[in-house]
Every structure is written in C-alpha cells, then in structure tokens.
Design a protein around this ligand. Sequence first.
Ligand SMILES: Cc1cc2nc3c(=O)[nH]c(=O)nc-3n(C[C@H](O)[C@H](O)[C@H](O)COP(=O)(O)OP(=O)(O)OC[C@H]3O[C@@H](n4cnc5c(N)ncnc54)[C@H](O)[C@@H]3O)c2cc1C
Length: 451
Amino acid sequence: MSELSASALDLLVADLGDMTVIRDHKVVRRRSRDFFWYSPILNDLLNDKSADLIVVPRDENEVIRLAAACARHRVPLTVRAGGTGNYGQAVPLKGGVLLDIMALSAIEWTAPGTIRAGAGAKLSAIDADLQPTGWELRMHPSTKRTATIGGFVAGGSGGIGSVTYGGLREPGNIQAARIVSVEETPRVIELRGEAAQKINRAYGTTGIITALEMPLAPAWRWIDVVVCFDDFLDAVAVGYEAALADGITKKLLSPISWPLPSYFGALRPCVADGQSILIAMIAEPSLESFKSLLGRRGTISLETLTDDSPGQVPLYEYTWNHTTLQVLKSDRTVTYLQCLYPHDGLMEKVAEMEALFPDEVLQHLEFIRFGGRVTCSGLPVVRYRGAERLNEIIRMHEQRGVFIANPHVYTVEDGSRYKRADADQLGFKREVDPHNLLNPGKMRSFVAAGS
Ligand SMILES: Cc1cc2nc3c(=O)[nH]c(=O)nc-3n(C[C@H](O)[C@H](O)[C@H](O)COP(=O)(O)OP(=O)(O)OC[C@H]3O[C@@H](n4cnc5c(N)ncnc54)[C@H](O)[C@@H]3O)c2cc1C
C-alpha cells in the first residue's frame, strides 16, 4: 500500500461510478510490474512498488472521467499497457491508480501509408488488420505479440524495421498523437508532426495517449535467415554491407556472438558450437542479392518465411531485447546494456569493444539508421559482477565514444543518452500534468508549481 489515505482512494472510486476497478492486492501488485528484473539494480529498487488499485476504462470518455477524478483527489495515475517495459517504466513509484489502457484498441481508420489506432491496440493486431491492404507498421519492438502501439511510443525506441526507417525519434515516424491531460477539467489535445515528440519515450509522464497515427511501410513477404560465421566480426561485416546496400530490402540485421546462440532453445540446432550468427529478415525478392553479397563468407542454416502467428516463434524473438531474455531463461546471473555506436569507424569500434571485455560483455548488435546514417545499437549481455563493475563498464564504453542509454535506472533523464529531460517534454508536462500525478518520479527534473 502507498502513503495515500484510504479515504482519498474511496472518494476517487466513488467518483468513478460503474467503471471497472480492481482492488485485489495480489492482482494489483502483479500488474504493477514489468520486466525491470532484467536489471539486478532495479530489481532491488522496485520490487516492493505497487499501485493501490487498477481502473479499466472502456473508452476515451472514461479515461477523461478518471483523469478528472485523479486531479480532483490528487491521486497519482500510471498508465499500463502490455507491461513489457524494461526499466520499471510502468511501475508506480507512489502508488495510486494503474490505468489499464488495453480496451482502447480499436483501429480508427486506415489510408494508404497511414493508420490511426487506439493506444491500447496490440502491434500484432495492427499488422494483422493491415495485412489485406499490403501495408504494415514501419517498425515494431521484438515484443510485437504482447506490446501495444501506445506502450511502444511512450516507452520504446525502435526495433525490427529500424535498419531501414531509424527509431521512433526520427522525424516522420510518429505522425500524430491524441492525449488526455490530467486536470480537474481534462483537455483532449491533438499533437501533430514534431509536436508528437512530446509524448515519445516520456514514460507516460506527459499525457495519457488515447490514439496514435503512424506511418506505414509496404508489407513484403519477409524471409527469416540465419547465417553462421566462425568469426563474430565477419557476421558484423556482412551485416554492415547489407545494411548499407540500399537495393536490398530488409527489416532486421542482428549480429550475435557465440556463446549467446547456445542459449537459443529451438534455434540452437541451427548453430554449431563456437559459431556467431547474423539474424536477418530480407524481403523475398531481395534474397538472391543478399546471398550474392554474402558469397562464401558464411553459411545459411535457416531460411524460412517469417511466421508470427499464434503458436509460432518468429526469428525476431531472438533479437533486440529478446536476445537477453533467451539467456536469462536459463542463467539469471547476467544482465545487459544499451549502446549506441558511432557511425564513423564502426567496424574498428566494434572490434575494439569486443576485445576489451572478452567473456564478460557478450556482443549483440542491431543495425539501425540513426540520423540518416547506418550504425549499430548494441545490446550486449553482461556477466553481472556487481553494480560497481557494471558502472565501470558503462564508463569504459562512454570514454571510447560508445554512448550508453542506461537500462539500470528508472527515470527518463538517467536512461537517456543525454542524461536530461527534453526541454519540450518538460515544458509540456507543466501544461498537461500541473499536479505531477502522471507516473510521478519518472521525470525526475519536473517540479510541480507550488511544491
Ligand atoms: C523481451 C523484450 C524485448 C523488447 N524489445 C524491444 C525492442 O525491440 N524495442 C523497443 O523499443 N523496446 C523493446 N522492449 C521494451 C518494450 O517491450 C517496448 O517498449 C514495448 O513497446 C512497450 O509496450 P507495452 O505495451 O508493453 O507498454 P508498457 O510496458 O505497458 O508501458 C511502457 C511505458 O509507456 C507508458 N504507457 C503505456 N501506454 C501508454 C499510454 N497509452 N499513454 C501514456 N503512457 C503509456 C507506461 O506508463 C510505461 O511508462 C522489449 C522488452 C522486452 C521485455
């Protein structure tokens, strides 16, 4: 239970009328968690945090009524969607209401190249809905089958598709957002174009997102490919060439070093002992060109149509933050980092970092576009030897020009590469959350007026 008085919560619930409210302590506690346990540091900090109750609005009108009641009674409100965030993003630090947004899942409309969907729409449902139109989302996290579009924009950064389109932060990758403010009389605000960045990766501290308008990409028949190499750096070199080859249509290029593939369950038989791999998703018409670029440098051990229908495990569930999860399934002594490599001298930098931490930092890269250049996001698996050593490893990366978005902290600022909140987001929060009720504590530099 938080420090909120039972009477404030009772008054709030009384204001909600027939809205669904869940007060069962066990259920509330379970749903107040996400994947923060990837980090032993966050596990210690967040393990005992919980909301006081869950509210499940049926539609945007109920979201507005809930926002008004929270403002009136000064009760904190944290939005929860799929609950797949990695840094305790959806864990309420100060109790209060957990707003389950999943019922806002309707597709509002689609047009060639654009979709407008409720924030609670699952990414897999959106792509399934779009399938007959020949379009799909430009990018999705590897949690596509459980995460929502609202959670991705509020908490994520990029993923499968970012090798072509960059991350969510690139101009044009979020077209518009509709949000509800948390005030006694909530406002519904449409943020278009660059203004939509005010809610991007703000962990739900700058408004309750109720709908998003997202740009689409042509939906190809994607082919899942695993290529095996004796040397990790060869996997990186081929991935880099394929990432730079604009004529080859791809959605994923992930070099992963041995021994990480030894943890890969169903994929394990595709990789011989000691081999590193490049996981790729290539558009069917580009497969021949990809193979010719590869030449004899590696051996293809899997080539199959991407299938992420229920019951299947698509190849992308071995990439991005899933790579670490595959290892954690059998070894809880590891954790991970999130790195951004410089695009200049990329191959040399990757070789330098690989040599710096043999057996301690196990290399896993994702090719991405960043500001129009091709580079790598690194999600290495780290053998955990305590917080002090982890922070030293972070420093050693940063001293060498490899930026870290620290996944062992829970605030927007500390988790960002810049270590500060975006000025636009901070200013906007003042307008839409004047009482600092939205996921309080996550945007640490925000100070509510009068406090
Ligand atoms: C195995 C694994 C793999 C992952 N792979 C990737 C990846 O490839 N790329 C990536 O970017 N991330 C990845 N993530 C992180 C996470 O899965 C994604 O960011 C995902 O999109 C979060 O969506 P969700 O619906 O689960 O959101 P939640 O976890 O429920 O919420 C995430 C954050 O957004 C806020 N929020 C959610 N909905 C709203 C809303 N409607 N309005 C306001 N705030 C809201 C929450 O309060 C919270 O702060 C991964 C995580 C795991 C565990």
